[in-house]
Design a protein around this ligand. Structure first.
Ligand SMILES: Nc1ncnc2c1ncn2[C@@H]1O[C@H](COP(=O)(O)OP(=O)(O)OP(=O)(O)O)[C@@H](O)[C@H]1O
Length: 461
């Protein structure tokens, strides 16, 4: 057997012989063995010292073997340290009592007189459990720190436009429920920022927020990434690994780019979401998971359902609440607010004095169509902050491709309004549609055959 490392152990028993033999046995494996005859010292000890393991007698007063006192002290210990690992010692082999102690939060029990090997095996298993409790709380803390470091600039701008005020009104209501949310919107409209913000406003805020970029998952990685795997399940599975869904247990699972899943991946995901349990690759044991689901995509899911590219049942499963994020060009009232925010962020980041937009620069920005939405605006402001030596940013500090400088609502209009150009286009389309059949094309265009021939000649078609 591998030598156990039992850390700091507290042994509480009113029998000195027991304390002595415990110490003799355990001191080889423990960093320190603290012995206590009087259980009334438990509150003091738990309050002032740290123990990795507690070995606690069940029967203190002589002649009383009900174990009541043991239960009392067990509860006391757990009140002081809910993650304490307590192993009960009982002399009477009363299984019922031992089971009750387990139900009350004890980790295990040993029978007196104990066999050394058995006691060591029990304590070493208990020590492993203690280590994993500690590892979990370390990881939780690390996660908290990392997410605050990862998102230093991620304070959210709610916006002043009517659409955004309406949207945040809904977000505030929905966040507190456990309803699954589907976020729709073009790239860079803030879907991920809003998903995080829903998590932070939810009852799960203290728990983990796990993001999975579904667009980046290949068919072969999909199951192992999402559901986890057992060591040896496939060539590269060198150790057991939990999947992202299991990792999100208790918290929020954000599935980004959900529209990019293949039909096979959609089917697997749907099964998991319906059953709320995952099965790691290489096992057949279902593991229940409790996650709040937020999905996002820039793809037209409903249209994809009509075309048979996205499963309708999966769409219904994920869109309990559906929020459409407007493109920046449709909420230009929010642009000055975003600009002020990002200029502050970059002044801090690059240790520069705070810059502002001149009136003309703002006018230029509000005329642009922002196909990359808030992300593009953010980058434009970062670039201008770095490049300009002046406190006031001018139109010349921002570069856009000329043909993108159009006012938003003219985007859908035809490129040319030249009548000849439009006529040529119409004639060409009619011919294409009717495979060059002049009579049919002429009928479609409302022309005689002769009139159509004249136009073919005119446009050199
Ligand atoms: N409301 C907001 N407040 C603050 N920053 C925002 C907001 N909306 C978007 N941003 C910023 O814009 C950038 C893009 O946002 P985000 O990644 O959330 O967009 P997205 O819609 O998820 O994009 P994609 O579809 O490309 O993944 C981020 O850097 C984010 O900080």
């Amino acid at each position: 057997m591998e030598e156990p490392n039992l850390g700091r152990i507290l042994v509480i028993d009113d029998n000195e012989d027991i304390l002595f033999s415990a110490k003799m046995l355990l001191r080889k494996y423990a960093r320190e063995v603290v012995m206590e005859k009087n259980p009334k010292k438990i509150p003091y000890l738990m309050n002032n010292e740290e123990f990795d393991l507690v070995l606690l007698d069940m029967n203190f007063s002589h002649d009383i073997t009900s174990g009541q006192e043991g239960f009392y002290w067990l509860k006391e210990i757990l009140d002081y340290d809910p993650s304490a690992v307590v192993v009960m010692i009982t002399a009477y082999g009363d299984v019922e009592m031992a089971v009750k102690a387990l139900k009350d939060g004890a980790t295990d029990f040993v029978l007196k007189p104990w066999q050394n090997e058995k006691l060591l095996a029990t304590l070493s298993a208990a020590a492993k459990l203690r280590n994993s409790y500690q590892e979990v709380s370390r990881l939780r803390e690390a996660n908290r720190t990392l997410s605050s470091q990862l998102n230093p600039d991620k304070s959210i701008i709610e916006g002043e436009s009517k659409t955004m005020r309406h949207l945040f009104n809904i977000i505030n209501k929905v966040a507190k429920t456990d309803a699954d949310v589907l976020l729709l919107g073009e790239n860079g409209t803030g879907k991920e920022v809003i998903a995080r913000s829903i998590h932070e406003r939810s009852l799960r805020a203290e728990k983990i927020f796990v993001t999975v970029d579904m667009g980046a998952l290949t068919e072969s990685l999909f199951e192992s990434e999402l559901f986890g795997h057992k060591k040896g399940a496939f060539t590269d599975a060198r150790e057991d690994r939990i999947g992202r869904i299991e990792a999100a247990d208790g918290g929020t699972l954000f599935l980004d780019e959900i529209g990019n899943l293949s039909p096979a991946m959609q089917a697997k995901l749907l099964t998991v979401l319906q059953r709320r349990e995952v099965i790691r690759v290489g096992t057949n044991k279902p593991i229940p998971v409790n996650v709040r689901l937020i999905c996002a995509t820039n793809m037209p899911l409903k249209e994809m359902v009509t075309k048979g590219e996205f499963r309708q049942d999966l769409l219904y499963r994920i869109n309990t609440v559906e929020l459409q994020l407007p493109p920046l060009r449709d909420r230009l009232e929010d642009l000055p607010l975003f600009a002020t925010h990002f200029l502050k962020v970059y002044a801090n980041k690059y240790k520069q004095p705070l810059k502002r937009l001149s009136k003309d620069a703002l006018a230029k920005l509000t005329k642009y169509s922002w196909p990359g939405n808030v992300r593009e605006l953010q980058h434009a402001l970062e670039r201008a902050s770095i490049m300009s030596d002046h406190r006031e940013l001018q139109p010349g500090d921002f570069f856009f491709l000329k043909d993108e400088l159009v006012v938003a609502n003219t985007l859908e209009k035809p490129q040319s309004l030249d009548l000849d150009e439009l006529e040529r286009e119409a004639v060409q389309q009619a011919l294409q549609k009717h495979d060059g059949n002049i009579s049919k094309a002429a009928k479609e265009l409302g022309l005689s055959r002769g009139a159509l021939y004249r136009r073919l000649e005119k446009y050199g078609l």
